[in-house]
Every structure is written in C-alpha cells, then in structure tokens.
Write a protein that binds this ligand. Structure first.
Ligand SMILES: C[S@@+](CC[C@H](N)C(=O)[O-])C[C@H]1O[C@@H](n2cnc3c(N)ncnc32)[C@H](O)[C@@H]1O
Length: 296
C-alpha cells in the first residue's frame, strides 16, 4: 500500500494515542496549572510515568512481556529513557550487566539520576530496617522486586544488588540520531526504543528514522535484540504542531509506522521479528501500542 494511503488511513478518528499531546493535563496538579499545556517537542514530558503507569499497577505492563534472557547478564541500551524508570526497572527485574539510558533532554537525565539515587537509598534503608511499603508514586513496587529469591537475580544478596545498581545503571544526555556516541568499541546485547520513534520521526523526518534504525543495527552485537514500541501513525497528526520543523517533516514522511517492520527486516538487515504485543495487557488507555523484538 502506498505510504500516502496508509497515512490517510491513520487520519480516521481521534485516537487514544492523542494522550501524548497533553500529558500535563493528565497529571494531578493545582487547578491553575492544569490548563497549561506542556510543550515537549521531543516527547520529553516531565512526570511521564505519572500518567503512563497507574497507581494500581505493580509495574509498567511492558515489563511483563519482556523476557529475562534478553537482558540477564547483558549490556543494554535504552534510547529515549526519559526519567529512567523503565531503565532502572529492567536492571532490577532482569539483572542486566549494565544498562545505559540516553535522552536528549538533560532535565530528564537529571530526574533519572535523582530517581536512581532515591531508589538505592530507599531500598537499602528498607532492607536494613525491614520497614514495609513500596514507593507507589514511582509506579513500581520496588519492595517486591528487591526481595526476590537469590536465584532470580544475578547478585545473590538483595543488599548487594542495591549497591550494584549504581554501577549497573547509568544515564547520559545525548541526541541518539545526531551527537551521541557510545564508548569506543562498545556493542550492546539489547537495545530498547520505547515510544520514541514518533518523536525522532517528527523532528528529523524519514532520514532521522533511518539513522535511528541503522545506528541501532551497528551498535548491536550479532544475535542481539532490538525492542521497538512504535507509536501509530494516527497519533502523529496532533503532535506535528509541536514545532514548524515537526509540521514540515510530518508532511514529507514516506515511511509510516506500519512499514517499520519491513524496513528493519528488508533494508536494515535484521534476521527475524517477534511481535510480543499479544502478551501485553493492562496498558493505560492511549498506550496500547505494538511491541516488536528484532534480532540481528
Ligand atoms: C514519550 S518518552 C518515552 C520514554 C520511555 N522510552 C518509555 O517509553 O517509557 C520519549 C523520550 O524520548 C526522548 N527523545 C526524543 N528524541 C530523542 C533523541 N533524538 N535522542 C534521545 N532521546 C530522545 C525524549 O526526550 C523523551 O524523554
């Protein structure tokens, strides 16, 4: 199907994915602030996880469909990590050897570092004082994830794991499609790109998208996995108004998200894909997006 037809197909109705246009309104804020729209031209929302992960959820539902063997003892990269909650959760739940979160917004990287230190402090304290509870606001039951049995993690003792977390998890500011460079000769076993492709697409067009995919390919170890959660085309239309550049790029996009799989397999060179969307349940309204795992 021609890209134009696919794009028109996406214009059919107001979609739940439009949530991403006004996240500030979805947050609990004083009434004065509630009407003020947050302009986040890169999808670099503050408090993203405050509306993405419900208070009633024990963890981000996306973590439930990811497999331990993709991450355990592996070097991992999280592109567009925002305030780092998924990055940190993956490290804790699956026992990565290392995980680096990269985000274009330095303020989100500061948030991520702050959150990381807070989690380490809180859990170290909890484990020494054995006080109950979890930091529900962070959307993750850290208590639960740190009290797993020793054979569930790479570190035998949960206390050790907490200390190690500061060595395992790190965050860096950078634009993945322009100026961010990994350490020399560094390759990753797993690379995540969750709800980021639309923002790269709108800001840097089809060229930016192809740069994203090619860079991911070249940074992956042979046999490594690329986990992609693309936003649907139907959600692009409102976000195009975040900037003139985004609006101009929007009009010229020729690779709609429905074609990403073919591009990654036929042009970039990934060997195979697994669609893990069907295992996903409990996502908040507006975040029912596909999740695809591609192997190099
Ligand atoms: C909607 S958030 C998704 C956060 C997280 N990946 C998740 O799904 O939980 C998109 C994030 O991608 C970041 N981002 C957008 N373009 C980027 C780029 N070129 N390089 C690095 N980060 C980028 C934004 O700053 C933002 O924090």
């Amino acid at each position: 199907m021609a890209a134009e037809n696919k794009k028109n197909k996406g214009k059919r109705k107001k979609n739940d994915d439009d949530n991403e246009i006004e996240p500030a309104a979805a947050q609990q804020q004083p009434s004065k602030k509630r009407n003020r729209k947050e302009i986040a031209i890169f999808g670099n929302y503050r408090h993203y996880y405050g509306y993405r992960v419900g208070q009633d959820m024990d963890e981000d539902p996306r973590l439930k469909v990811m497999k331990k063997e993709w991450f355990e003892g592996k070097d991992c990269l999280d592109i567009g990590c925002n305030s780092g909650l998924v990055t940190i959760s993956i490290a804790k739940k699956f026992g990565c050897q290392s995980i680096l979160g990269v985000d274009i917004d330095g303020a989100r990287i500061e948030d991520a570092n702050w959150t990381l230190r807070k989690i380490v402090r809180t859990n170290t304290h909890k484990m020494t004082s054995k006080s109950p509870g979890a930091d529900a606001k962070l959307g993750i039951d850290f208590e639960k994830s740190t009290t797993k049995s020793p054979d569930e993690g790479t570190s035998g003792s949960p206390l050790l794991l907490e200390k190690d977390l500061l060595k395992i998890v790190s965050f860096e500011k950078g634009n993945f499609v322009q100026n961010w460079h990994p350490p020399a000769n560094k390759y990753y076993h797993a690379i995540l790109c969750l709800s980021v492709s639309k923002w790269i697409h709108l800001n840097w067009g089809d060229d930016g998208l192809i740069t994203l995919f090619s860079r991911v390919w070249s940074l992956l170890q042979p046999g490594g996995v690329f986990i992609l959660e693309p936003q649907p085309w139907s959600s692009y239309s409102k976000n195009r108004l975040v900037s003139e550049t985004a609006n101009a790029n929007y009009k010229n996009i020729r690779i709609p998200p429905e074609d990403f799989q073919d591009v990654l397999l036929d042009k970039i060179g990934f060997r195979r894909v697994e669609d893990i969307t069907s295992n996903l349940s409990g996502s908040k309204s507006g975040f029912n997006r596909p999740i695809l795992a591609f192997w190099k």
